[in-house]
Write a protein that binds this ligand. Structure first.
Ligand code: BG6
Length: 439
């Protein structure tokens, strides 16, 4: 159903994020009828454009192009929007470098953006705990938490949204989801690309701030939180915060790829980590003795994000007398392929050998609808005023508290580009590469 009387505003409208992500997603949502013809999309920024000049920057067909307008600078922006129609909701995307967030928020409030406004902004939310608190303070001085949509694009990925469904809609797994039965939880989020054009940002951040503080801790929250009272945003957030507060980092190893220091905008003596391996513990009744392992990095041998939940072995009797039977494992394949795989031990027909077999739920084959792009899904949720897939102020602050200090611990080790991580030999890592061809 098309939504009407809504103005969508993009601050930083001449930037890369607007061109690459935001406009294509808005265009698709318009094509699908989620954005009605009575809406407007108003770009704003420091650069001057005429409306037509702004429209011509995007490959927009005529109907979508008709929704687009441009207003230079924030002062006067609200009046400009209201001159285009009587909108009951204004969604403002801060599509700018995070360093501009604070001043933009204050300018919006000063220009009269009030209760009808929804503010959408992307990570990084601050650089550390203190800066995140300051950003939240500014946001909450000008707007209410209910008006704020902090985007973590991992929450828009289909398999990520399926984690809670898998856990709480299947009686099969629900009783087993604790330290008594689960041996370890492992997250593998690796990329083959290096830092590319994003050196300036990345060198000041590092992979722990860039990936762990947000995306990977969010995955971990969904995997380990208690059942929420309802599926409403506030109840889910409450449980995520509670489990985040119980998390503790036990060990953290940091590495940098060789050649990183000669990449564009990287300091020649940079100590920033591009790959990290972390062990965590969750200090609560459910998880206390289940170790959590995370590894994430850039310039590695392939791109892929997977979660593995490995169950404890069966007792060392009968088929497992020698103790080498594979443990049951659930793999959530988030990307590039999407699927959920369950590894079981089974007998090979005719012969009596026990082998490990995959039971696959491959999204591409199981569902006839292709998964929407994460960003598109999240914008659709903002249009629906649903905050469930967005991150609260307290979640970001608690996550910063957890990782504070772990990014800046001295010189990292080195690895060659294209490295295939095997992980710390004391840890029994799941061989995620062996699932690459499944799904
Ligand atoms: C971003 C990080 O948030 O996520 C990038 O800033 C990273 O460094 C990217 O490459 C990974 O996203 P995806 O969806 O490709 O896994």
């Amino acid at each position: 159903m098309a939504l009407c009387s809504c103005a969508i505003v993009i601050l930083g409208a001449s930037g890369d994020l607007t061109r690459r992500k935001l406009m294509p997603a808005l265009n698709t949502l318009f094509g699908q009828g989620h954005i009605g013809k009575s809406c407007v999309i108003v770009g704003s920024g420091r650069t001057f454009f005429t409306d037509d000049g702004f429209r011509n920057r995007f490959e927009a067909d005529r109907d979508f192009g008709d929704l687009l307008f441009y207003h230079q600078h924030t002062p006067g922006l609200r009046n400009f929007i209201m001159s285009k129609g009587n909108f009951s909701r204004i969604i403002v995307f801060l599509s700018q470098p995070p360093s501009a967030y604070q001043s933009s928020i204050k300018e919006l409030a000063a220009d009269g953006f009030g209760k009808e406004t929804m503010i959408a902004l992307e990570k990084p939310f601050g650089y550390d705990y203190d800066s995140a608190c300051k950003l939240n303070e500014t946001l909450l001085k000008c707007f209410d938490e209910k008006q704020i949509y902090r985007i973590d694009h991992y929450l828009g990925k289909e398999v990520v949204q399926d984690i809670l469904v898998f856990r709480f809609a299947n009686s099969l797994f629900y009783p087993l989801w604790n330290s008594r039965y689960i041996e370890s939880i492992q997250i593998n989020a690796i990329e083959s690309e290096g830092v590319g054009e994003r050196g300036r940002y990345f060198d000041g951040a590092g992979i722990i701030r860039d990936m762990v503080q947000n995306h990977l801790l969010q995955l971990l929250c969904l995997l380990t939180m208690e059942a929420p009272v309802t599926l409403g945003a506030d109840d889910i957030r409450e449980q995520k915060i509670s489990v985040l507060r119980s998390m503790e980092i036990i060990n953290c190893n940091r590495f940098q790829y060789k050649g990183y220091r000669s990449e564009k905008d990287i300091s020649p003596d940079s100590l920033t980590e591009t790959y990290a391996e972390l062990s965590l513990r969750i200090n609560n009744f459910r998880w206390q003795s289940t170790p959590i392992y995370i590894r994430t990095g850039k310039a590695l041998h392939r791109k892929g994000t997977e979660i593995g939940v490995r169950f404890k072995s069966v007792p060392q009797v009968l088929y497992n007398r020698s103790g080498d039977l594979n443990e049951n494992t659930i793999i959530f394949k988030i990307q590039p392929q999407e699927g959920i795989i369950l590894d079981l031990s089974t007998k090979i027909p005719v012969n009596s050998t026990i082998t490990s077999a995959h039971m696959n739920l491959c999204y591409r084959e199981a569902f006839s609808v292709p998964s929407p792009e994460a960003y598109q899904k999240l914008i659709q949720e903002i249009l629906n005023c649903d905050r469930t897939l967005f991150v609260s102020a307290l979640e970001t602050e608690t996550a910063w508290q957890l990782i504070n200090g772990f990014s800046d611990k001295g010189a990292p080790g080195f690895y060659p580009k294209g490295f295939m991580p095997t992980g710390d030999s004391n840890i029994k890592w799941i061989d995620f590469d062996s699932y690459a061809g499944v799904c």
